[in-house]
Write a protein that binds this ligand. Structure first.
Ligand code: HEM
Length: 281
């Protein structure tokens, strides 16, 4: 037993550390569940349609803004490349958090890391082109928000890579986690909108309409997770009891809201699209 837990202050500190660790575990379990469903959706809807060249089937997804456009070969191929890379980003990022892979198979961790960073950056560049060059018009505020997200993916991804090469693993972990948050901004965007949509219906539509909060959440979808991550990192690095309790609360609340969003996206978005597309194959 360490002296830390022999004193009343030390014991409270150890409890706060355990609570923060448990909160992070709960958050990660929620992420794994949600990302597995998002990955299943991406693969089931886009892998058979993109790889077989049946691009027209994408438009069975009525939530797409542009999707397949007859005659736009470059745009359609860009979309296919983007969604296939999205699958690697979704799967690869989550695997990087598994401590057993890092400890027992560091070479696997390095290769998944390279694949995740490269595809997240490439998907961002293709996404930027689709947003401004194709163009896929989601409205100016949302286009600016996703552009900033792409810039952060490129910047954080570059820093995570550089710190890994320099073998500065403390900094690498932080930049890799920040990259994970921004690379999953588009997923958090969907979860947040689904959660809000359910709250809107549950409160008898007294809240502002979901369409009215979309632009704000386009920024919040990656800025809020980044903020919670910073709080968590600071608390973990030796914050006081108030900071540890706040970080624990924010992580648990985030995980609970994500859980609601995971349910909402599956029931309201992914499952209906999946059923539509599969029926047309
Ligand atoms: C790196 C993580 C990303 C992932 C995992 C991802 C995932 C996806 C998925 C799954 C779709 C298909 C739409 C759907 O089925 O809901 C999509 C479409 C799209 N994404 Fe991304 N995306 C990422 C990053 C970006 C970025 C950074 C941008 C812009 C800078 C972007 C712009 C677009 C655009 C314009 C579409 C086409 C929407 C349409 O035609 O309706 N994406 N993305």
């Amino acid at each position: 037993m360490t002296t830390a837990v022999l004193t009343p202050g030390g014991s409270a500190r150890a409890t706060a550390e355990r609570a923060l660790k448990a909160a992070a575990g709960f958050w990660f379990a929620t992420v794994v569940t949600g990302q597995a469903l998002f990955l299943a959706y991406i693969l089931a809807v886009y892998a058979p349609t993109s790889l077989s060249g049946n691009f027209a089937a994408w438009n069975e997804n009525k939530m797409l803004i542009k999707g397949y456009v007859p005659g736009d070969t470059v745009g359609n191929l860009a979309f296919a490349a983007h969604v296939l890379m999205a699958a690697v980003v979704t799967f690869g990022g989550t695997l990087q958090f598994v401590p057993q892979i890092r400890a027992r198979a560091p070479a696997v961790h390095r290769w998944i890391g390279r694949a995740f960073m490269t595809t997240a950056m490439a998907a961002s560049v293709v996404g930027l082109w689709m947003t401004w060059g194709r163009p896929t018009d989601s409205g100016l505020p949302a286009a600016i928000a996703i552009t900033l997200d792409a810039a952060l993916i490129l910047a954080f991804g570059g820093l995570a890579w550089r710190t890994a090469v320099a073998r500065d693993f403390t900094a690498h972990r932080r930049w890799a986690m920040r990259t994970f948050m921004v690379a999953n901004g588009v997923w958090f965007l969907r979860l947040g909108m689904a959660t809000y949509g359910m709250a809107y219906l549950a409160t008898g539509k007294v809240l502002p309409r979901p369409g009215d909060v979309f632009d704000v959440w386009s920024f919040g979808a990656y800025l809020v997770p980044l903020l919670v991550l910073e709080l968590y990192l600071r608390a973990k690095a030796g914050g006081g009891p108030v900071m540890r309790a706040s970080a624990t609360g924010a992580v648990v609340l985030g995980a609970l809201l994500m859980g609601v969003g995971i349910f909402g996206t599956w029931v309201g978005m992914f499952a209906p699209v999946l059923a539509n597309v599969l029926a047309k194959l």
